[in-house]
Design a protein around this ligand. Structure first.
Ligand code: GSH
Length: 240
C-alpha cells in the first residue's frame, strides 16, 4: 500500500497543495491504491517538501519524480498513447504550470496581505492537529519567510502586481487556447497534463483568496469546465 504524504482536503479540493493534488489525481487515474497522511511532517520529507510517498518501505519525494518512478518500475504510463510531439507539448505545458503558474499562486497566497491572513489560519489549523498551539505560530512565520524568499529567488517576486498579473494570466490564456473545445488537454482521454492542470486551476479558483488573476481565470470557461470534468471523473467521492 502506498502512503501519500499530502496536505488535507480543503475548499472542496482534494488538497490545498497543488503539487499534492496533482499527484493524488495521478494515482487515482493510474488506479493505484493509497492511503493519505496529512500531518505535514516535512522533517521526514526526502526533498523537504510535500508531496512524498512511502512505497515499498522507501520514502520518495517530488510528484514528477514519483510519476516517472511508477513509469520505469511498474510500467504505468498515462501518456503512452501520445506521439513524441504530443509528449513534448505536454511536458512544456506541465513545466509552465509547475515552474511558473505555481509561483503566481504562491504570490496570491503569501503576498496579498488579506489573503495571507486567511491562508495563515489554514496553516495554523493544519499544524495544530499535530503540534501544541504555541509551537505552530513560529513555524508558520518561518514558512512565510521561506515562501517570500522563494518568490524573490525564483524571480517572480521581483515583479510588481501588474507584471505578475500579465505573466500568470498569459500562461492560463495559453492553456485555455490549447485545450479549446477538447474535453482533455491532449484529446479525448485524460493524461498527466490533465492531472497537473486540474490541480493548479483548482487551487487558484476554489480558495477564498481574491486577486484579478483569479477573476481572469474564472472567465476562461473551458478551464473551469475542465476542472469540473476532472473533479466529477476522479473525485466524485470528495466530501462524502
Ligand atoms: N516539484 C515539487 C514541488 C512541491 C512543492 O512545491 N510543494 C510545496 C507545497 S505545494 C511545499 O512543500 N512547500 C514547502 C516549502 O517549499 O518549504 C513536486 O512537484 O512535488
Amino acid at each position: 500500500m502506498i502512503t501519500l504524504y499530502t496536505a488535507s482536503p480543503l475548499w472542496g479540493l482534494p488538497s490545498f497543495s497543488p503539487a499534492c493534488m496533482k499527484l493524488e489525481t495521478w494515482l487515482r487515474m493510474a488506479k493505484l491504491t493509497y492511503k493519505t497522511d496529512t500531518s505535514l511532517n516535512l522533517a521526514i520529507a526526502p526533498k523537504g517538501k510535500i508531496p512524498f510517498i512511502d512505497y515499498q518501505g522507501k520514502l520518495i519525494g517530488d510528484s514528477t519524480i514519483i510519476i516517472e518512478m511508477f513509469k520505469s518500475e511498474a510500467g504505468i504510463d498515462l501518456d503512452a498513447g501520445l506521439t513524441t510531439v504530443e509528449r513534448a507539448i505536454s511536458l512544456a505545458f506541465r513545466r509552465m504550470i509547475k515552474e511558473n503558474i505555481y509561483w503566481g499562486e504562491v504570490y496570491i497566497r503569501y503576498q496579498i496581505p488579506e489573503n495571507w491572513q486567511v491562508y495563515r489560519e489554514v496553516l495554523l489549523n493544519t499544524l495544530s492537529a499535530a503540534a501544541p498551539a504555541e509551537e505552530c505560530e513560529p513555524i508558520v512565520e518561518e514558512v512565510y519567510k521561506i515562501a517570500c524568499n522563494q518568490l524573490f529567488n525564483h524571480g517572480i517576486g521581483r515583479h510588481n502586481d501588474q507584471e505578475i498579473y500579465q505573466i500568470t494570466t498569459a500562461d492560463f490564456q495559453a492553456l485555455s487556447d490549447f485545450i479549446a473545445d477538447k474535453p482533455f488537454f491532449m484529446g479525448d482521454q485524460p493524461t498527466t497534463l490533465d492531472a497537473t492542470a486540474y490541480a493548479y486551476i483548482g487551487n487558484l479558483i476554489k480558495p477564498p483568496l481574491g486577486h484579478p488573476i483569479v477573476d481572469y481565470v474564472l472567465q476562461l470557461e473551458n478551464l473551469c469546465q475542465h476542472y469540473e470534468r476532472m473533479n466529477n471523473q476522479f473525485f466524485s467521492d470528495l466530501g462524502k
